[in-house]
Design a protein around this ligand. Structure first.
Ligand code: PGA
Length: 241
């Protein structure tokens, strides 16, 4: 694990976009997996901008969406599907993409489809993830088993409360569908992004706390090729910075 501290969110987002572009230049058929959310939004915007300006071709790569709110339709602009479709897929147009369909009524089937997609196009070359206020990655909530592949999970009270920020109207969220942490462990590179003072406690816990399923993001410490990309406010509680 490396920790890289940037002056602000813009700088870390730009650096993350550059790493993704560099990978695609070396390996055009890479499998990418991104999280949605406020943190990676700017990276996705810059990735699209830079890809157009620098003529980067994503047409051979594959893309998997990290997670989704069970029961929320893709037309809802708070859904992960909406985020991935509009911010990433519409412009980059990868050859293959799979996003969980959270209204299919068969969540086990969706998990199987995602696992099959990753088997076919993977392993994942690069995952870009955020960190939740309870230390989750994707919807791998505190206490999750680290060996899981795709799965459905009851959301933790923190996620249920914080999650409403994505929705214009109160959303009936209860469960999430997500890639499990086994995929993070197997991913060639993991970028964990965080910005702002409000993330400083969870960043301290993830980077300098014990590695435990009670704090899923702490698994980042065990990955040989992970980069924790944070701004100064998010780094403010690190002892070794
Ligand atoms: P955020 O979400 O980027 O919107 O803060 C982080 C997360 O819950 O993974």
């Amino acid at each position: 694990m490396q920790v890289k501290i940037f002056p602000d969110h813009e700088a870390l987002s730009s650096a993350a976009a550059d790493i993704i572009i560099q990978l695609i230049r070396i390996k055009p058929a890479a499998l990418l997996c991104f999280a949605s959310g406020e943190t990676p939004r700017r990276t996705c915007e810059l990735l699209v901008e830079k890809s157009i300006n620098e003529n980067v071709d994503f047409s051979k790569c594959s893309f998997a969406g990290l997670d989704e709110w069970v029961g929320i339709p893709p037309t809802n602009d708070g859904s992960c599907h909406y985020f991935f479709q509009h911010l990433v897929l519409d412009t980059l147009q990868p050859q293959n993409a799979f996003l969980f369909n959270a209204i299919s009524g068969d969540m086990e089937g969706e998990c199987a489809k995602m696992d099959q997609f990753i088997l076919q196009h993977g392993p994942i070359d690069l995952m870009m993830v955020g960190i939740g206020m309870n230390g989750h990655i994707g919807f791998n909530e505190p206490g999750v088993s680290v060996g899981l592949r795709s799965h459905v999970i009851d959301l933790d009270p923190t996620t249920l409360a914080v999650g409403q920020k994505y929705f214009k109207k109160k959303a009936p969220i209860r469960q999430g569908i997500t890639l499990g942490l086994s995929y993070l462990q197997q991913s060639g590179v993991v970028l964990l992004l965080a910005n702002g003072e409000k993330k400083s406690t969870v960043i301290h816990e993830a980077v300098e706390g014990p590695v435990t399923p009670q704090f899923p993001a702490s698994i980042i410490q065990t990955h040989a090729n992970s980069i924790v990309m944070i701004d100064k406010p998010a780094a403010s509680q690190l002892k070794n910075n």
